[in-house]
Design a protein around this ligand. Structure first.
Ligand code: PEP
Length: 251
């Protein structure tokens, strides 16, 4: 089965309302190849207005960068999956390393967020990846395996089919230091093997696994050229329409 090739932009905490509309509009004005699925993960304030811009463009979908683990209630400042769905969101990033590090999101909490997102028909883009110390100690494969087992592998096969995985080595995020295409391929193949052991070949072969970490127009082609890399989750380079679209056209 052919996997979906995906490029997702993670705007993080960038762009005012007007700047966000301009960026989304300039992305939409550019060519997106038919076989590539593009996702724009914006701050909450942009979701509704960008959804209105995207409505006619079926290959560009809207994503959020986080959601809460509870359905509703007294959680000041938080946003539920039902709220996200109501403004046209289809995907939600869960487990980004910045949320794990700055907001102390644990594997167990992330498992609840995944469940809540799926219960509201949002597709999680689940992030995993090791920091530099773990990479240098040589335990990165086991570390990522534990992250997947703790937050995803409780899912049924039919639920897991809605997951997109993003492997994002923390030492490569926003640092300008990219994993080599070989390092990316090695980890992606490992992740696919783990999915195969748990859910079987069909699910493993149809799960999109994205690479994230200083992906740019100059290195995307080589990374996306690896057999188990199905696209990218793009931070810094998603903030410039030109760069983002060049990455989208890198398959
Ligand atoms: C990210 O934070 O998801 C990311 C990949 O960032 P950058 O591309 O800036 O390294």
């Amino acid at each position: 089965m052919k996997r979906r090739q995906i490029v997702a932009g993670n705007w993080k905490m960038n762009k005012t309302y007007e700047e966000g509309r301009e960026l989304a509009q300039s992305i939409l004005n550019k060519f997106v190849p038919e076989e590539t699925h593009v996702i724009i993960c914006t701050p909450y304030i942009h979701l509704k207005s960008i959804h209105n811009l995207l409505k006619e463009v079926s290959r560009v979908a809207l994503g959020a960068q986080n959601c809460h683990q509870e359905k509703s209630g007294a959680f000041t400042g938080e946003t539920s999956p039902a709220m996200l769905k109501s403004v046209g969101v289809k995907y939600v990033i869960i487990g980004h390393s910045e949320r794990r590090a700055y907001f102390s999101e644990s594997d167990e909490l992330l498992a609840s967020k995944v469940d809540n997102a799926l219960a509201h028909e949002l597709r999680p883009i689940f992030c995993c990846g090791e920091d530099l110390a773990i990479r240098e100690s040589g335990t990165h494969a086991q570390f990522v395996e534990n992250q997947l087992k703790s937050s995803l592998f409780h899912l049924s096969e039919s639920a897991f089919k809605n997951i997109v995985i993003a492997y994002e080595p923390i030492w490569a995020i926003g640092t300008g230091k990219t994993a080599s295409p070989e390092q990316a391929q090695e980890m992606h193949a490992h992740i696919r093997q783990l999915i195969k052991q748990k859910y079987g070949s069909e699910v493993a072969e149809s799960t999109s696994i994205l690479y994230g970490g200083s992906c740019k127009p100059t290195n995307a082609k080589e990374i996306f050229g690896k057999p188990d890399v199905d696209g990218g989750l793009i931070g810094g380079a998603s903030l410039k329409a030109e760069d983002f679209i060049q990455i989208v056209n890198s398959f």
